[in-house]
Design a protein around this ligand. Structure first.
Ligand SMILES: [Zn+2]
Length: 264
């Protein structure tokens, strides 16, 4: 265990966001709620102006350690958001080229959407999971209701007034492009960034300024999904009217609560 301790100490000293990223990944990966099992899900955080740490391909959140993450250059991956019909070999080449250290593991293909999301102002952390209740709704005809409406105040505080809903698409470049389109449309319509991006027939993405924010958003989204499913079995949910949602998200005590929870 001596080697492991020195590794963590070295990580904390030289690459400060890596240790909290490992800890966040393990908390999410080992939670009994099962946000992700096996190799599901991935996490990331900015490490510099143009660099970020992201989970490597074939690793697990539950056993995350220093070797589970690869540091990448966002600028190498950015052209892929605009690309059309690139062969898989070229995408693989750019994923490998994006690594800060050429000996590091290949980043997950989902690094493409992490790179985009971490380019947004004030977004420093991303957590992508496949939670059971959230996916239960995302694999149903009621996904857009879950994205658009809110039924209780803490959901608004942690997950925002609405979520982005991205239609199902191929992983890799098509998914990164669809997420970008969804976020841009959301910004145009609501004038702010989302906290939650829902991928139809796939999973949940929480984005935010701190590790605590994306963890709280992930936990609350899954709780909200459980409440939605329960209320659906009783003829609901009864959603809060839009003016109530806006009032709650703008209330000083709720903004204070967001700060206290490190969500803002
Ligand atoms: Zn996924």
């Amino acid at each position: 265990m001596k080697g492991k301790k020195s590794l963590v100490q070295r990580s904390a000293k030289k690459t400060s966001p890596l240790l909290p990223l490992i800890e966040l990944s393990r908390r999410i990966g080992n939670d009994p709620v099962r946000y992700a099992i096996l190799g599901e899900g991935n996490t990331s955080t900015r490490s510099g102006e143009d660099t970020f740490w992201v989970k490597a391909s074939g690793t697990s959140l539950s056993t995350a350690d220093r070797d589970s993450f690869t540091e990448c250059h966002r600028s190498v991956l950015a052209p892929l958001w605009e690309a059309d019909n690139l062969p898989d070999s070229e995408i693989d080449r750019l994923l490998l080229q994006s690594r800060v250290r050429s000996t590091a593991k290949k980043p997950s293909t989902e690094a493409l959407f992490h790179a985009y999301l971490l380019s947004l102002p004030s977004i420093e952390w991303v957590a992508h999971t496949h939670p059971i209740a959230v996916n239960g709704i995302l694999c149903s005809p009621r996904a857009s209701d879950f994205a658009k409406y809110r039924s209780f105040p803490d959901d608004i505080v942690c997950c925002g007034d609405q979520s982005v809903l991205v239609p199902y698409t191929d992983p890799g470049v098509p998914l990164a492009k669809a997420i970008r389109q969804g976020v841009e449309d959301f910004q145009k319509e609501l004038g702010s960034l989302p906290r939650v991006i829902l991928l139809q027939n796939h999973g949940l993405i929480a984005i935010g300024g701190t590790a605590g924010a994306v963890e709280a958003t992930t936990r609350m989204a899954e709780k909200s999904a459980g409440i939605f499913l329960g209320a659906s079995s009783l003829g609901g949910p009864v959603f809060l009217p839009p003016d109530q949602v806006r009032r709650i998200s703008g209330r000083p005590d709720e903004l204070y609560r967001q700060k206290a929870l490190k969500l803002a």
